[in-house]
Ligand binder design. Structure first.
Ligand code: ADP
Length: 301
């Protein structure tokens, strides 16, 4: 098959591994920088162009769309879908999971465990907003943040009010979340491919840090997950409509709660921590499922 990896950098670990895994199985694996694609929107013969030529013969794509280029990246994915090319993660599903608030709303509709989360934008309701999530300590998150930047733990009501005031002053969208203290600065990343968790790791923040992000000095190791955690991860990916997803869970005293569902999960941390060939499993999934015109918008919202 000809399977294109949409990625802005062919040297990134995840991109390299997908190419390697595909080639090892006899596929042609071009890397296409979606930022440099351009396209024509017409009803007959739509196409995607790259480096002065129309892209031809691609049977499937693996979108690796960074958060900063979601808008244009998903437009390129959508164009491939219009052309009938199979995308392992569809554009609508990527957009759905990128919007943290929208994602949580969709998961809550399915009764999936979540940290109690409040969202507001007008200045008069800080008190009630804090009460809504059970009062301090709370975690306040910028909706646009990634890799733990813009995630603040406010231990007291006063601190929470100051942070909320500051975020409001910046006209930033944010949410206020119950602090899951019992998670102890650790979270669980479940890598879902199709309807299975194929690998899972526990990430532990460095001493004194409640955020477990590897980019913030956290460390990762293989973890055995419970049946409830497995089913929560699979249901979350399914509700987003993602075939490949990184589902982040916290272990709370009332069971697993989902923090985020990532549509372009990094492979480096999870492959190193678990020694599992996740890239190979993604290619295998595509081999089994890719059909021309098979892409369709699943789920609602
Ligand atoms: P990002 O998407 O920027 O990584 P997250 O929402 O995943 O932001 O938060 C970063 C880290 O902070 C998480 O991996 C987790 O360890 C910690 N964290 C986030 N929300 C909570 C919460 N409600 N309770 C406890 N810890 C949290």
């Amino acid at each position: 098959m000809k399977i294109a990896v949409l990625s802005t950098n062919k040297n990134l670990y995840s991109t390299r591994r997908l190419v390697e895994a595909g080639e090892a199985r006899g596929h042609e694996m071009p890397v296409i920088n979606h930022k440099r694609c351009y396209m024509n929107i017409v009803s007959s013969n739509p196409s995607v162009h790259y480096n002065g030529e129309a892209i031809e013969g691609v049977e499937a794509i693996i979108p690796r769309i960074g958060a900063s280029v979601s808008f244009y990246g998903t437009a390129v994915v959508r164009q491939f879908e219009v052309m009938g090319v199979y995308s392992v993660n569809e554009s609508v599903a990527i957009t759905r999971s990128r919007d943290k608030l929208r994602a949580l709303q969709l998961l809550s509709r399915k009764g999936i465990g979540l940290p109690v989360t409040g969202f507001a934008s007008s200045p008069g309701d800080t008190d009630d907003l804090l009460d809504l999530v059970g009062g301090a300590p709370v975690v306040i998150k910028l909706l646009e943040g990634t890799q733990g930047v813009g995630v603040v733990l406010a231990e007291t009501k006063k601190a929470a009010e100051s942070v909320i005031e500051a975020f409001r002053g910046l006209k930033a969208n944010f949410m206020v979340q119950e602090f899951i203290k019992e998670a102890g600065g650790a979270d669980i990343r479940c890598l879902v491919v199709g309807d299975k968790v194929v690998a899972s790791m526990i990430r532990q923040g460095k001493e004194g840090e409640f955020r477990s992000n590897l980019h913030r000095g956290g460390s990762a190791k293989l973890v055995k997950i419970s049946r409830a955690e497995r089913s929560t991860a699979v249901r979350s990916a399914k509700e987003m409509g993602l075939n490949v997803a990184g589902v982040d869970l916290l272990r709370s005293s009332r069971g697993p709660v989902v923090m985020e569902v990532n549509s372009s999960p990094g492979l480096e941390g999870i492959e190193r921590a678990t020694s599992i060939d996740v890239a190979g499993m993604i290619i295998e999934f595509i081999e089994k499922n890719a059909r021309h015109g098979r892409t369709r918008t699943r789920g609602k919202g």
